[in-house]
Design a protein around this ligand. Structure first.
Ligand code: GLU
Length: 304
């Protein structure tokens, strides 16, 4: 194979945690799954701190996530990318969308949208009130992208065929928020393209966002990566593990748990082995087909 052919084939995966708290088992699963999936195919793996939503960023969380990943033997390629330093890139993409007529100003308050039907992700479906222009006396608060009712389809490598009519199920969604921050949906699409990501491996909590991201990729003329959504870890009440639901911070012991969660049972002789050895075993044995197809898997509470 020539060098050129090799590079065309090169996979690039990523782990993109939001620094809203320390890593927990659920985010360790996404870190491990994305790492093994990229490395098992000789690919690169990059780390991106998704702190675009500054109001939700917790001081010290990014350092804590990086320290845990390092302690668990993960090695990423290149420099760590931080969304808070990339506003110019998001603005460029936003302006391209504005110039193409895909974006409009919205003057609706949260309260005004509160009566709309619930979207799949628990937010409200935007009824399109400002689509044809701001009503008299209204000021622009946020900027939304037009959706159209052609359903977006994609084949998730684990969850199978997904079809979503964004206009009906989500509505025109926000790209620039009322508090002047760019929305995650825009930032993630711009970053994945800029970093040449070929494979997005993450939790099913983002499965319903994927159609929105593909819609933006189409509007921006960006290639759509492959998607693989892993089940999310939930507590006994069915809530996604997070700092808010009282999940405990992940450590080395979570790495072995994450392997089991992903359907990969570590051999006995690796019990207690250094994390780098567990990861090396994982790279040699990763089989995405063994990842459970479920959207969520309950994990027993740990006493510590
Ligand atoms: N930053 C998101 C999170 O921590 C993940 C985004 C993604 O993987 O696309 O939930």
């Amino acid at each position: 194979m020539t060098a050129k052919a090799q590079s065309a084939d090169h996979r690039i995966g990523r782990f993109a945690p939001s620094p809203s708290g320390p890593l927990h088992l659920g985010s360790m699963v996404a870190a491990l799954g994305s790492y093994l999936d990229a490395r098992a195919r000789g690919g690169s793996w990059v780390l991106r701190i998704e702190d675009v939503d500054e109001p939700r960023t917790q001081a010290g969380a990014a350092q804590s996530i990086i320290a845990t990943l390092t302690d668990c033997g993960f090695e990423w390629d290149g420099a760590i990318v931080r969304q808070s330093e990339r506003t110019d890139l998001y603005r460029d993409a936003f302006e391209r969308l504005v110039a193409s007529g895909a974006v409009y100003a919205c003057g609706c308050t949260r309260k005004e949208i509160a009566d709309s039907a619930l979207a799949i992700d628990g937010a409200r479906i935007y009824p399109g009130t400002c689509r044809d222009g701001l009503h008299a006396g209204r000021e622009a608060r946020a900027f939304r992208v037009r959706t159209n009712n052609a359903p977006v389809r994609f084949d998730d490598r684990v969850q199978g065929r997904i079809v979503q009519d964004i206009e009906r199920e989500v509505g025109d969604f926000v790209l620039l928020r009322a508090d002047n921050y760019f929305a995650y949906q825009l930032a993630v699409v711009v970053d994945d393209a800029d970093q040449g990501i070929t494979d997005v491996v993450r939790g099913t909590d983002l499965l319903d966002s994927t159609a929105r991201q593909i819609h933006l990729q189409h509007l921006l003329g960006i290639r759509t990566p492959e998607y693989l959504h892993l089940p999310v870890a939930v507590n006994e009440r069915g809530e996604k593990l997070s700092k808010q639901t009282g999940a405990i911070a992940a450590g080395r012991e979570s790495l072995a748990e994450a392997f089991a969660f992903l359907g990969h049972t570590l051999p006995r002789e690796l019990r207690g082995a250094p994390p780098a050895e567990l990861l090396a075993w994982g790279v040699a044995h990763w089989d995405a087909a063994r990842a459970p197809k479920a959207r969520a898997i309950p994990v027993p509470a740990r006493e510590d």
